[in-house]
Design a protein around this ligand. Structure first.
Ligand SMILES: N[C@@H](CCC(=O)N[C@@H](CS)C(=O)NCC(=O)O)C(=O)O
Length: 267
């Protein structure tokens, strides 16, 4: 399935999700799996292999002008398309969560959820994304950028950890779109060079959410990721060559932090 190259929409009713197995993609697939479990709302999906730049093709950018996944199309609303994880979570709950199982009625809780989702969009996602880029994919090794973005990711997850000190979930002590927005990024924290064990409240929150059947299903759309925290630890234990390379990368990040006098501090 994941090898097929989509060339356009394939459904004509319900929600169609265009996605790939990434932290941003999981926001949409987890939400859709939760709605399916809670309300029996079916959806279809297509794999958009971002390594093949399918998200830049004209049929895709007509739906999601930013040329990035995830995008949903609501065939029951005249083919209305939504890009951006935050907007997708808001759209799906506004239309398809009538009992507010994953969203809020109280305007102050609505605002609290919006704040954490905006925080994820403007902070955790972009910073952790840049940490991954400069630690793993940059064409040259730039120690300043490595420590800057890895350090900023640590600062941000420290905020979440603190927020979760006496709470199971971010808003109203209820699992919601506020949690779903950040969960995917925390789900790849280890591969981003940040030690999840150093943030115990966050780790418990991550485990609590990971245990949900709908979350497990959402994480398998379109196929399981090799960099989720669990997959990462497993590969570190089983593949000596990979483990050695990862240890070398961690060492480079540590050296970069030392070079620029980085000290963990949050906020
Ligand atoms: N702010 C967007 C970010 C979307 C995004 O960056 N998606 C990445 C995957 S995690 C992507 O499509 N990358 C492919 C590309 O940059 O062309 C959201 O939260 O939905």
């Amino acid at each position: 399935m994941a090898n097929e190259r989509p060339t356009g929409l394939k459904a004509n009713k319900g929600i169609e999700l265009l996605t790939w197995a990434t932290p941003n993609g999981w926001k949409a697939s987890i939400m859709l799996e939760e709605l399916k479990e809670a309300y029996g709302k079916e959806y279809t999906w297509q794999p958009i292999n971002i390594g093949q730049n399918i998200q830049k093709e004209p049929w895709f950018t007509k739906l999601g002008p930013n040329g990035r996944i995830p995008v949903i199309v609501d065939h029951d609303q005249g083919g209305f398309a939504v890009q951006e994880g935050l907007a997708i979570l808001a759209y799906l709950t506004r239309h398809y969560d009538p009992d507010h199982k994953f969203s809020f009625i109280d305007p102050f809780d609505v605002s609290r959820a919006e704040q954490w989702m905006a925080w994820q969009h403007g902070g955790l996602g972009p910073m952790q994304g840049q940490a991954n880029h400069f630690n793993r994919y940059a064409k040259e090794i730039i120690p300043y950028a490595m420590q800057r973005y890895t350090g900023e990711t640590e600062r941000l997850v420290g905020i979440l950890d603190n927020q979760l000190k006496d709470k199971d979930y971010l808003v109203g002590n209820k699992y919601s779109i506020a949690d779903i927005a950040s969960f995917g990024w925390v789900n790849v924290l280890r591969a981003s060079g940040v030690d999840l064990d150093a943030f115990p409240n966050l780790k418990s929150w991550w485990e609590r959410i990971l245990a949900r059947p709908a979350v497990q299903k959402g994480l398998a759309v379109p196929s399981p990721s090799s960099i989720s925290n669990e997959a990462y630890l497993q590969r570190m234990a089983e593949d000596q060559e990979y483990a050695q390379k990862e240890r070398e990368l961690k060492q480079k990040i540590e050296e970069a932090k030392e070079q620029y006098g980085y000290k963990y501090s949050s906020p």
